[in-house]
Design a protein around this ligand. Structure first.
Ligand code: NZQ
Ligand code: ZN
Length: 392
């Protein structure tokens, strides 16, 4: 078992009607002027935004609002939010939405509290020293941003999508009512499950060791996401399935499923971030479009884990060579993606990059990762290019 630090300071309030607590929670965390931040309209349509305003009115906390966050959230809106917060003396940001809204809120929080340009944080030119406190009302189980230390922002200047990790941005609280996710289009629900699975898979495929308890939690989480996604495919309004997946989403990216295993591959994620930065695809769909190609490219370097994954997660029989078993696990994963209508290559994703664009994707990914990424197998720019190429 490797050494680790576990830090998960977010207060989670989970279940039906939990959003009614939002006013009190903001008060408990010292908010005196709030920015309510949200996306392109789903929270207005569902009536959630009005319920939240009522709750804030109930505790007499004033607020301003800024909607318009798009998937793959943009730096320009972050700058708009920063200006609004400064003008209005906002001291707390309430993100109401999915990962894009939460990440945009985190970036605004960084921008307001650090005395250098916010994009420097995402370019790794400067480290954040603070962030405005963030509260979350989650409407989409996927990114895990409600408990994670990450924010991912796209700069329209060059269409660069970059992430930043620091504990300063971990939300103070996350309100999770599974019922709020029932209005999601089926595609977004399936993208969410794909992303949740992947956050644990990124930690599971490690060449650095293992920890029995962590593996058990990780395997159980993956099986739970798979079986409950199948339920949602048929019945999107199944509360218990929504709840299982929502909680899995948070645990899958709050570090729990990788503790002590020396993991953190995240190559598929880093390859995907360039795709969604350049082609504006949904993050979960970008991940499934790349994963199978990545897996076949690296599995021989991480055979023991791929074998364990096949047996423990997909129920592949422990017979035949290790390679045969590992490949059956990869096939089972791709079959599952097809079953839930997720793409398994770039064509199915609707992206047809030219040779020049493949080169650009690999170059951007290499720059963003400092030249190399991966733990199951370390990938360099040429490997990144090979994977994009083979995923076409
Ligand atoms: O904008 P609205 O109208 O709200 O519509 C959104 C959006 O179009 C819709 N939606 C959300 N909740 C809904 C709903 N529609 C109906 N009913 C609801 N209850 O869903 C669409 C997608 O939303 P988005 O927030 O973009 O999705 P997701 O939560 O998957 O977040 C994706 C972003 O998170 C980043 C991704 O790269 C991507 O930019 N990630 C962030 C991470 C983190 N901070 O820790 C980790 C992840 O690996 C990921 O990279
Ligand atoms: Zn992700």
């Amino acid at each position: 078992m490797n050494n680790f630090t576990f830090y998960a300071p977010t207060k989670v309030v989970f279940g039906k009607n939990s959003e009614c607590n939002v006013g009190m929670l903001c008060k408990d965390f010292g908010a005196s002027k709030i920015l309510i931040h949200f996306g392109g309209g789903s929270v207005e349509k569902s009536g959630l935004l009005n319920r939240i305003k009522k709750s804030l009115d109930g505790v007499c906390i004033p607020y301003v609002q800024l909607g318009g966050v798009v998937p793959n959230p943009r730096l320009s809106l972050v700058r708009e939010g920063m200006a609004l917060c400064k003008k209005e003396n906002v001291d707390f940001i309430l993100a109401v939405g999915g990962g894009s809204v939460i990440d945009s809120a985190k970036a605004i929080g960084y921008g307001v509290t650090n005395d250098f340009d916010v994009w420097d944080i995402f370019e790794k030119k400067n480290s954040p020293k603070n962030c405005l406190p963030i509260g979350v009302v989650l409407t989409l189980a996927a990114s895990g941003s409600e408990m994670s230390n990450s924010a991912v922002i796209t700069n329209e200047d060059g269409w660069k999508k970059r992430g930043s990790n620091s504990d300063f941005c971990r939300p103070k609280f996350a309100i999770m009512n599974p019922e709020l996710t029932m209005t999601l289009p089926k595609f977004q629900t399936m993208c969410g499950s794909t992303d949740i699975l992947m956050h644990t898979m990124e930690r599971y495929f490690t060449s650095n060791g293992n920890m029995q308890l962590t593996d058990g939690i990780a395997e159980s989480l993956m099986r739970t996401v798979i079986s409950n996604t199948r339920i949602l495919l048929k019945n999107p309004n199944d509360y218990d399935a929504r709840a299982e997946i929502m909680w899995a989403g948070s645990l899958s990216h709050n570090d729990l499923t990788g503790l002590g295993n020396g993991g953190n591959d995240f190559a598929t994620h880093r390859l995907e971030h360039e795709l969604s930065g350049m082609f504006d695809v949904a993050h979960g769909a970008g991940l499934s479009a790349l994963w199978g190609t990545w897996a076949r490219y690296v599995y021989k370097d991480c055979l023991a884990r791929f074998k364990k994954f096949a047996i423990e997660v997909w129920g592949v029989k422990n017979s035949g060579t290790d390679e045969e078993i590992a490949l059956k696990g990869i096939e089972a994963t791709e079959d599952f993606y097809r079953e839930i209508n997720m793409p398994t290559n770039l064509r199915e994703l609707g992206v047809k990059p030219t040779d020049e664009q493949i080169t650009e994707l690999a170059k951007k990914c290499a720059i963003a990762t400092g030249g190399k990424v991966g733990n199951a197998k370390v990938l360099y720019e040429e490997d990144m290019r090979n994977i994009y190429e083979a995923a076409r």
